[in-house]
Design a binder for this molecule. Structure first.
Ligand code: NCD
Length: 308
């Protein structure tokens, strides 16, 4: 069964084939009546808030001619309130749907779900762990915007400890050649050691820099993230971490003309709206790439036809 639980296990070939298929899906998306997944049902089971991930997965399924059943706010509105375990919920929903898209607040939840599921589970984020479909759409964004996925200097900025999108992105990009990560994180939210080890073991370089302007001047991709307020144990640590790294017009001035700014969104002040006007601001385009990439992932998990 083709689950998507972690980006760690994706090979370069896996990633390139998702990118290829997503490029094709950009055309399919324009046709209004595709029936590639007609009669199939996707369940979106979301225990944490989401706008982009849930709606782009749902859009992807609908664009492929499939159907969607959805529980947002499952923490409050599903049987979890009555004490049902995630495993039981997955067993039940697997009897209704052909694929389950799951977002959960606990690290490891997607793997737990997959271990009992009779249908493919696609992780839409597990707490501060990972967000593999986001990493694939982020990698797709880089491929589309820069025309390459090798030879990149990528600035990773903000909450590198709790930011799950960064974790999964390190896993995907580390599969490529000549990758240099330049990390700028508040002292309370550094990049975890296991990610540094993973990246370096695969030949990527990981460097640390506290001066955002300096990072901006060197990168091809400036990947900004929100400080993940909901994950902090202490409000003081959150307060001390937020607002330290803000991308504004002065940072933009330092950036190469060929570089781009990415952000998984939502933003909470870490990119000023004045930056939006610059063509290097790729974050809204990035959100739109979520649909073809998730179309590719749904097709991949629900069909065996490599030719689609
Ligand atoms: C992110 C998430 O939920 O991890 N958003 C997303 O899925 N596009 C980032 C965040 O919440 O900061």
């Amino acid at each position: 069964m083709k689950h998507l639980i972690s980006a760690k296990s994706l090979t370069k070939q896996d990633i390139l084939s998702v990118i290829d298929r997503a490029l094709h899906m950009q055309n399919v998306q324009k046709e209004r009546n595709t029936r590639l997944l007609e009669g199939r049902i996707m369940a979106a089971l979301f225990f944490e808030p989401s706008t982009r991930t849930r709606l782009s997965f749902e859009t992807a399924m609908l664009r492929l001619g499939g159907n969607v059943i959805s529980t947002e706010n499952a923490k409050e509105f599903s049987s979890a309130v009555k004490g049902e375990t995630l495993e039981d919920t997955i067993r039940v929903v697997g009897g209704y749907a052909d694929v389950i898209v799951l977002r959960h607040n606990e690290i490891g939840a997607a793997a737990r779900a997959a271990s009992v599921s009779e249908v493919p589970v696609l992780s839409a984020g597990d707490g501060a762990g990972e967000h593999p479909s986001q990493a694939l759409l982020d990698t797709f964004t880089i491929a589309k915007e820069l025309g390459r996925t090798d030879d990149l200097t990528v600035g990773l900025v903000g909450d590198l400890m709790y930011g799950r999108t960064v974790h999964s992105l390190i896993y995907t990009l580390s599969q490529f050649s000549n990758i240099r990560f330049l990390c700028a994180a508040p002292s309370h939210t550094p990049l975890p050691d296991d990610l540094i080890k993973f990246a370096t073991a695969r030949g990527a370089t990981v460097e640390f820099e506290t001066n955002l302007a300096k990072v901006a001047g060197e990168v091809d991709v400036l990947y900004q993230t929100r400080i993940q307020k909901e994950r902090f144990q202490s409000l003081e640590e959150y307060e001390a971490s937020k607002g330290l790294y803000v991308i504004d017009e002065s940072i933009l001035e330092k950036m190469k003309p060929s570089s781009i700014i990415m952000h998984p969104l939502p933003r909470a002040g870490e990119i000023t709206t004045a930056v939006d006007r610059d063509t290097r601001a790729a974050y809204f385009r990035q959100t739109h790439y979520g649909v073809p990439v998730r179309m590719a992932l749904l097709l991949d998990s629900l069909t065996t036809d490599e030719g689609v």
